[in-house]
Design a protein. Structure first.
Length: 108
């Protein structure tokens, strides 16, 4: 759902970021994306609150490994090509404020 350029901009800011589109998970089921994030020890950034919140809650209830999930709303960011840059800056601020995020839900 998010532009791959946002991951590029995050990488430019010093983060190890990747886009699901660039690792051939663009059309994957959300549960596959979640599992890959767990396997790789990554934070998930998504607009899909309903599905990822339910997956995180279910995994936590079953004591399964999970990762932090950061939810964003695209309409909170500038349009006209600036989405990636502004999203990356917001996520960079969040990462600096949460250097060791706990497993849970976040709204930057």
């Amino acid at each position: 759902m998010l532009p791959p350029a946002a991951a590029d901009e995050l990488a430019r800011l010093g983060h190890e970021a990747m886009s699901v589109l660039r690792i051939d998970l663009g059309s994957a089921d959300d549960s596959e994306v979640f599992e890959r994030a767990v396997t790789d020890g990554r934070v998930i950034v998504t607009e899909n609150f309903a599905d990822f919140a339910a997956m995180l809650t279910g995994r936590q209830n079953r004591n399964e490994p999970s990762v932090p999930v950061v939810f964003i709303r695209r309409d909170h960011f500038l349009r006209q090509g600036a989405l990636a840059r502004h999203l990356a800056r917001k996520l960079d601020e969040w990462a600096k404020a949460n250097p060791e995020p706990f497993v849970g839900l976040y709204w930057p």
